[in-house]
Design a protein around this ligand. Sequence first.
Ligand SMILES: Nc1ncnc2c1ncn2[C@@H]1O[C@H](COP(=O)(O)OP(=O)(O)OP(=O)(O)O)[C@@H](O)[C@H]1O
Ligand SMILES: C[C@@](O)(CCOP(=O)(O)O)CC(=O)O
Length: 450
Amino acid sequence: MTAQPTAVSAPGKVLLAGGYLVLDRQYTGLVFGLSARIHVVVRPRASTDGVSEEVVVKSPQFEEAVWEYGYRVREEGGGVTVTQLRAASPNPFVETALSHVLTYLTTLSPSPLPPTSIAILADNDYYSHPSTPSTPRFLHFAVPLPSAHKTGLGSSAALVTAFTAALLTHHLPSSTFDLNSSASRALLHNLAQAAHCAAQGKVGSGFDVAAAVYGSCVYRRFSPDVLSGQGEAGSAGFVARLRTTVEDAEGKWDTEVRKGAVAVPAGLRLVMCDVHGGTQTPGMVRRVLGWRAEHREEADALWGELQQENEALAEELRRLAEGGGERGDGKYRRLTECFAAIRTLTRKMSTAADVPIEPKTQTMLLDACTALDGVVGGVVPGAGGFDAVAVLIEDRPEVLDRLKRLVDGYVFDAETDREQKPGRVKILDVREEMEGVRTEDVAQYQDWLS
Ligand SMILES: Nc1ncnc2c1ncn2[C@@H]1O[C@H](COP(=O)(O)OP(=O)(O)OP(=O)(O)O)[C@@H](O)[C@H]1O
Ligand SMILES: C[C@@](O)(CCOP(=O)(O)O)CC(=O)O
């Protein structure tokens, strides 16, 4: 425990290849951490006599974004439950991360947490915003958080990871928890996955939390039963279950994170394009998995082919990063072929399952992007749909300019797909980043810490 403030940040993500496949341990996902991060600053706060809130969390870029919590250690080993004081709209990810960290901390020290103040700051590109010539480091969005338009970079996973890491770093001696040690990172990963799943109310693949902790990697998910029997904070025996899980006392965690298997060669970069107004189609995962369950043979063949192409893409990126391959014009030909093959198979999945994973409008947008000189390839990332595309380009200003010119004037053909709203496309100011969670210098957030 330190009287000094502690700051930690964790990156957002893009699942470049392996959407849907990564839900099954037989397959992997190629996930890139992004330069857009969520930052969390933890400070001791002066205790005010007669005031019962013990943890105050603020997200000062948004209106009405103050959450005040009291907490209570429950009987029968139920761990710590938190209660939101005062009426404000709840923040399930903050609340669940808090109850999980506090529960875990009780296993290491019985003394109560001193009053604590927590600030959350998000890099601007997590939410759509107009570009201005001089955008400040952190924008004030001037709306409540639920009204902000998310760009899909994985804010909740980065938030839960940075929040958990900042509290553990702040309240534990570095001999017990140190973000630079691989044992502490594994513990953080397990606790953040548990909290994120509990807040979501389901056990997903966890690729977003893995990217927040470890940064870019090839990811194989954990077996769902590692987390399926956790129960809620407050339920009898929760402390023991959480501790066993977080410390992996039974050796159940079988996540694979291969950092060395992924790279972006020097001279290339990822670009994320947000389709503002492009909606997410609800139930895509359920519908794709439903189709797969009913057409197992056809689906297994398709999943197998996609896995091969996804691996080929990762392999080719790595080969080029290590300086392999021919020089000159044909240098990125193989990469371009990998992207094209992944897109063909993704469209096959789309059509077979009748789910708009790469809808026609995105096909047209991606075709227009990839036709530009200097654009190596592109995909609909993650679950796909109408709201984003990811593009790999040669990292030269004129290529980015060309892409900007294309998307700035891009108009979706409303006739092509009735589900596509006439949105605008915007290039986000983010790129791939290899590094995961890290401690930060508190001074850079000073303006936001009232
Ligand atoms: N700046 C923030 N301050 C506080 N809470 C935040 C902030 N950003 C995100 N959150 C929390 O994360 C939730 C959004 O999580 P959700 O999983 O819906 O989006 P996401 O992780 O960005 O989505 P995607 O998986 O599409 O990338 C918010 O409702 C809030 O609980
Ligand atoms: C469809 C899926 O495989 C990827 C979803 O990715 P995203 O949230 O669209 O970035 C779901 C998951 O892995 O949890």
